[in-house]
Structure formats: structure tokens, C-alpha cells
Design a protein. Structure first.
Length: 430
């Protein structure tokens, strides 16, 4: 089985797990720290006269309370800080004391302090914590490497992460950080190898930038078809992430799939609007593809592009009946589901004031595409027109949670503060 077949299998399994989890009606409540045990721990000032067995039991007790504190909802960072402070005070020579403190600073977004604790941890030993596979050393070097990566010290990050990866059971995150680091250092083969391992082990740890870097590394190494697949998965996983559709368009173009490329450039414009740094590159690339398609004279591409161009002309002249026919013809000629074509169809029904059909179209897009702020904003606009402000506000809140910086969300919020008397401007992503 090839890597990408394994990757698709992992994706399916991941989503099946989410669906199964949603069906559980009575999840067990998370454990909570024991207040009596906590009082006892915090009352201890010294373990100088403790025997080894008693020290071990106390250390284990602190570890249990820390685990329960991290599992509790809401997270009580003040309690966690008190526990790691006490642990470090009572067990100053224990490596785990410093790794736990580093974890606390990581949760608190204090990168420099986390880095310092990891550095100190490497000078300590495991006395009471059983770490036969050197997981703590791997953890320390992983966090140190990530710190260097965030500060663009790529050579230092590479050296630290190399040490993390030689340990017996390195953290999966280390492979993602190393993939990112190798990309920055133009070590594309190593980048590909590390990302391959990371994605295969736990795809849920991947960030949007990881899909992008992995795809570019695959492309640099001659695996353009695999780069295409990776960006397609990235666009599905992170539909609100700018730049993925643009780069998928470039890959499609290189694969000689010009109409597919054109529609990805269109999607970049539709989803993220003129405020996006990728709007103008997408617009320029779309214009170039129009010329390339007209020169090549592929029947399917020519017909689809002609239909889209006709739709734009009809739509901008408010001839919505003709625009519907044009976009339906584009869908037929393209021959498969495409976000851009279906969204343009929804937009036409919306401006025709056929809100029931528009709602069905946007709901169909939601079934075919992962949640985007754009679909929720579209539902907000439909229910606003229907006069159902309660439902409209619900969808606006969902869009805000999903992508608070989305340009359409900000535009709606701004218009509510400064209402305009002019009709709503048409917006088809051009």
C-alpha cells in the first residue's frame, strides 16, 4: 500500500472516530485533582528526612495530581503552576520537574521560559520518574527545536531536532518541526521524509503550513502528482486557510489541468477576497489561464470557460435567468463537483431573491466541502433577507468562531455599525 493510500485511510478513520464520538451521549467526566491530597502536598516544605520509598510515593502523587489538573475543564493554570513549583522545590534534581515546568510555560505562551526549562532539564537526571525510552530528552530537544524554529534560527533548530529524533521513541511533533525546518534550509528530500513519517503517524498534528511545505517538497523532488494530492487534502482540511487553493492551482497548471487550475484561482478569490495577500496573484494567474485555455483549444476547457465568462457578463447585467443557465452549463461541461461553480450558482439564486433555492445550494456546498466562514456568512445573509434574525445571528456567530478575521465577517460587522443607504454591492470574487 502506497503512502498516500495509507494517508487517505487515516483521514477516513479520523472522521469515522469523530462521528462515533458525537454519538456518545454520556461521556465520563474528566478526573479532578483531589483537594485533600493537594492540601497534603502543599503542606510539605522539605523531604530531607523522607526515605526513598516515601519520596517515590510523594513524587507519584504530584504526577497524578498534575495529570488530573491538565484533564480538568476548565484548565486551572494557577493550580498547575503551584504544583510544578512545589515539585521543582521538592525534587530539584529530577528531570521531570523541569519538563513539567516547560510544559506549563508552553501552555502559558511563555516561549523563552519554556526554552530555559528545557535546557536545564537536559542537565538533570531521572531519579523517580521511569523513562527507559528517554522520552523526556526527546521532549526537551523537540521543544528547544521548535523554539529555534519560531525564532528563525533554522540551523540551531535542525541540530536540536536531530537530537530529538535519534532517541528511541521521538515525539511525532518532532517530525513536523523537522519537516518545516528542512524546508527552510532547502533540504527538500529530508523535508519530504520527515513529513511522510509525521503525516503517517498522526495527521491531526499537521498545521496548514505543513500541507504547503510538504507539497512543495514533493514537487521539488519530482512527485508533482503527490503534491497535488497533498494540497487537495489540505484544501479540504483547512478551507479557511489562505494560499492553499492558489498553490493547488499552480500545481494543476503544471499538470496541464488548466480549467481545474483556473477554478482553484477563482476559489482563492471567492473565499478570501481583495484583502488577502493572495488575491492579486490569483487574479493574475486566472487571467493567464484564460489565455492558455484559448490557445490550447481543448473542447471541455473552452466550453467551461466560455460558460463562466458568459455567467459573469449576465450576472453583472442583472440578467439572473441567463446567468443560471450559463453556470449550469459550466457545471455540466466541467463534469464534476467544484466549489467555485456551485458557489457562483448559489450567488445567482441569492441575487434573484430565490432564497429557498439559494439555501439548498449553500447547504449542498456544506455537505461537499468542510466548514467555511463563507458558507455560514451566506446562510446569515439568506436568513437576514427572510427576516429570521435569530437564525441569521446564529450563523454569523459560527462564522466568527471559525474565522474571525474573514473579510466578509468584518465587512458585515462594520456595516452593522455604519449602515449604508446604497444597495449591497455585488461580490463574485472578481
Amino acid at each position: 500500500m502506497t503512502f498516500f493510500k495509507i494517508l487517505i485511510s487515516i483521514l477516513i478513520l479520523t472522521y469515522s472516530t469523530f462521528i462515533y464520538a458525537e454519538k456518545k451521549q454520556y461521556p465520563a467526566p474528566p478526573p479532578a485533582p483531589d483537594e485533600q491530597v493537594l492540601d497534603k502536598i502543599f503542606s510539605i516544605d522539605s523531604i530531607k528526612n523522607y526515605c526513598a520509598d516515601k519520596k517515590q510515593k510523594l513524587f507519584n502523587s504530584i504526577q497524578t495530581q498534575l495529570q488530573d489538573a491538565y484533564a480538568a475543564t476548565p484548565l486551572n493554570l494557577l493550580l498547575i503552576k503551584s504544583l510544578v513549583d512545589k515539585q521543582q522545590c521538592l525534587f530539584p534534581d529530577e528531570r521531570k520537574s523541569y519538563i513539567d515546568m516547560a510544559a506549563y510555560y508552553d501552555k502559558s505562551d511563555k516561549s523563552q521560559k519554556m526554552f530555559e526549562q528545557c535546557k536545564t532539564a537536559l542537565t538533570k537526571n531521572n531519579v523517580f520518574y521511569k523513562d527507559q525510552e528517554n522520552r523526556l530528552i526527546s521532549t526537551a530537544y523537540t521543544l528547544i527545536g521548535r523554539h529555534y524554529l519560531e525564532h528563525k534560527k533554522f540551523e540551531d533548530a535542525y541540530n536540536a531536532l536531530s537530537k530529538a529524533l535519534v532517541e528511541q521513541t521521538p515525539l511525532v511533533n518532532a517530525f513536523y518541526y523537522m519537516g518545516n525546518t528542512c524546508f527552510q534550509l532547502k533540504k527538500y528530500r529530508e523535508c519530504q521524509n520527515n513529513y511522510t513519517y509525521g503525516f503517517t503517524r498522526d495527521i491531526k498534528l499537521a498545521y496548514p503550513i505543513d500541507y504547503f511545505f510538504f507539497a512543495i517538497a514533493l514537487h521539488k523532488n519530482g512527485f508533482t502528482d503527490k503534491a497535488q494530492q497533498m494540497l487537495e487534502i489540505g484544501c479540504q482540511q483547512y478551507p479557511n486557510e489562505q494560499g492553499l487553493h492558489l498553490n493547488l492551482g499552480y500545481i494543476y497548471r503544471e499538470q496541464d489541468k488548466l480549467i481545474e487550475a483556473y477554478l482553484e484561482f477563482y476559489a482563492e478569490q471567492i473565499l478570501f477576497g481583495p484583502q488577502s495577500q493572495f488575491f492579486q496573484p490569483a487574479k493574475t494567474a486566472k487571467k493567464m489561464d484564460e489565455k492558455l485555455i484559448s490557445l490550447r483549444k481543448d473542447e471541455r476547457e473552452m466550453k467551461t470557460l466560455k460558460n463562466i465568462t458568459a455567467w459573469e457578463l449576465s450576472f453583472n447585467k442583472n440578467n439572473y435567468e441567463k446567468a443560471i443557465t450559463d453556470i449550469k452549463n459550466a457545471k455540466t461541461n466541467f463534469g464534476k463537483y467544484n466549489f467555485s461553480l456551485y458557489f457562483l450558482e448559489y450567488l445567482t439564486y441569492f441575487y434573484m431573491e430565490d432564497y429557498d433555492t439559494a439555501l439548498k445550494k449553500i447547504e449542498y456546498i456544506q455537505k461537499k466541502t468542510f466548514d467555511t466562514a463563507l458558507t455560514y456568512i451566506s446562510q446569515f445573509e439568506i436568513y437576514s433577507k427572510l427576516g429570521d434574525n435569530k437564525k441569521a445571528n446564529k450563523y454569523l456567530e459560527q462564522a466568527l468562531r471559525l474565522d474571525p478575521d474573514n473579510w466578509r465577517v468584518l465587512k458585515i460587522l462594520n456595516s452593522s455599525k455604519n449602515p449604508e443607504k446604497t444597495p449591497q454591492e455585488k461580490d463574485n470574487g472578481k
